[in-house]
Structure formats: structure tokens, C-alpha cells
Design a protein around this ligand. Sequence first.
Ligand code: ADP
Length: 343
Amino acid sequence: MSQNTSPTFIAFVASLVAAFLSSLGLGILTLNIAAVIINFIAVLVVCYLVFSYLLKAFIHDRIKLIYKNIYRFKTESGKGYGVLDEKERDPIGAVGKEVVEWMIESRKEVKELKQQENFRREFLGNVSHELKTPIQNIQGYIHTLLDGALDDKKVNRIFLNKAAKSTDRLVEMVNDLTSISTLEDSSSLDIKDVDLLKLTQDVFEMAEDQAKLKEITLAFNKNNPKSVVVKADLAKVRQVLVNLIVNAIKYGKKGGKVTVRFFDMDKNILTEIADNGFGIEAEHLPRLFERFYRTDAGRSRDQGGTGLGLAIVKHIIESHNQTINVRSTIGVGSTFAFTLKKG
Ligand code: ADP
């Protein structure tokens, strides 16, 4: 039977068959054409009315209940009720369509849940792995000191300094983890007009000492747009600039330069942070913004890196519904570019 067969059509065909058979019987018995015609019409009409009523009552009412239940499960709150149109010609088809839609949605949800579960597992694994190294270092140095090294003037300060360095790393990592979890918790941004030029200047001042240690110059490009005011969350954009500028210094070469450039892009302001440092190999670029991803774990840890800085940056820019990307050439340097809506 065709998928589009409606209860009324079924009732009509069944009534036609009943009218034909009963008229045939009557015709054979009475040989009266008038009686056969009257019987045919009467049986057709009565059967059609009865069949269509019964079919509708039977199918429609039951399907209506199924439809309602499907709809209730489909709606997130579980409180909604779907109402099957009384005039729906094909209630079974309508329910079939709902079931297929429901199945697709459920599959999507299951896939997302599985991805989240994998992500959670991977994240927990990464966190414990990253915390383990400094904790084991601290444990090792303290036990060595307690076992006698404390009285050895040649090494006691060295071990204490190393333990203190590992403690700093732990604090830095916990701070970054806290940032990530608060970013995830708070969907609300405190959007105001933010002057990127002024903010970058503040960040330059904050990073001045670090830059001096590597003899790195912090500069703006010469031709800035007249205004670089954007609509953004000041504290969060500050964190973006801090993370990108500090990275540019950390991974920049001695005596190098970090340049911040602004471009007017009609509705947005594009900000670029460019360094002329080590650069990043192309194979790493697609994964650079993932949590704990480092191109060179050893070197990054030596620089005091947690591998969370760029993940935080991406999170912040995307929460403003904007984008961030990176381009880089080994030995030439890297440029991180993000957009923000003009103020
Ligand atoms: P980290 O705390 O390790 O610096 P990030 O998330 O900030 O973590 O950066 C991830 C990795 O990306 C770094 O470990 C480093 O390998 C690479 N990276 C980030 N910024 C730069 C840059 N400006 N130049 C070269 N490599 C960079």
C-alpha cells in the first residue's frame, strides 16, 4: 500500500468492495437492476461512513497518543505536548516523520554526549598527568632535604629553590584551570566599549620586565585606525592580550620584536599580535588551541607554560562570537589574529 494512503481512502476502497460484492449477490438473486443500483449506493455510503469513522477513531486516537508521547520526549523540558492535527489526512505518515526526526535528534545527542565523555576523560587524564610532575618534584626535593640534604649547605638552597619553582608551576596551572572552569560556567559577558589601544598599552607595561629580560621590543604598528574601540568584556579581552603577548615574548627570539597591529574590518576590528620568534610547524597549527597542546612540551614547560593559555584565549574570543586564527613560519615568527565587534 502506498505511503500516502489515508484512512478515508482505505474506507472508500473497502466500501466499494463491500458495495460491489453485496450488489453482485443481490443481482444474481433478484435480477433487479434498480435494486442492485440502490443497494450499491446505500452500501457504499453507509459502509464508507462507518468504516471511515471506525478507522479514524481507531487509528487517529491511538496515533494521537503516540504522537503526544513522542513530542513530550522530544522537547527538552519534557513538558511540551504535541497536538496531532485533527484534519491530518495521514496520521501514520505524520508520526513516521516525527519518529525519524526524533531518531536523528537522539543520534546527534548520543554522539555529542559520547564526545563530551571522551573529552572529559581526556581532560581529567591530562590534568592529573600535568599536576603529577610538579607534585612529584616537590615531594622528591622535600624528602631529600628531610633525609639530610637540609644540612648540606651546597645543595639545600638549590633544592628549596627547585621545590619553590615547582610550587609556582602548580599555582599557575591551578589558576589557568580555574580560569577555564569559570569561563565555562559564566555564559554572561560584561560587554562595554573597550579601547584596545589603551588596553594593549597597559599589557605592554605589565609585560615590560619580561620583555626586557629577552631584549624584546614591544610596539604598535604605525598606521593604526583612528579608533580601535570594540564592544567586549574588558577583563576577558585583557586576558587574551596578556596570554598572546606573553607567549610572543616567551617564544620570541632574544633581541626580537613583538608588534600589535589593528585593522578596521568594516564591522569588526582585527587585532594581530606578531612575533619574529621560533615559529610553529604547520602540522601543529590545527591543534594549537586545544587544552594542554604544546608544540614542544619540554621547551614550553621550561618557559613555565601550562598549555592552557591559547585554549583560554580561544574560549574568550568564541564567547564573543568572534574568531581567532594563527599563521606561522618556522624561523620567521608567528602571528595570532582575532576579531572583535566595533564599539
Ligand atoms: P603554554 O602555557 O605552554 O605557553 P599555550 O596554550 O599558551 O600554552 O600555547 C600552546 C603552545 O603553543 C605552546 O606550548 C607553544 O609551543 C606554542 N606557542 C604559543 N604561542 C606561540 C608563539 N608566539 N610562537 C611559537 N609557539 C607558540
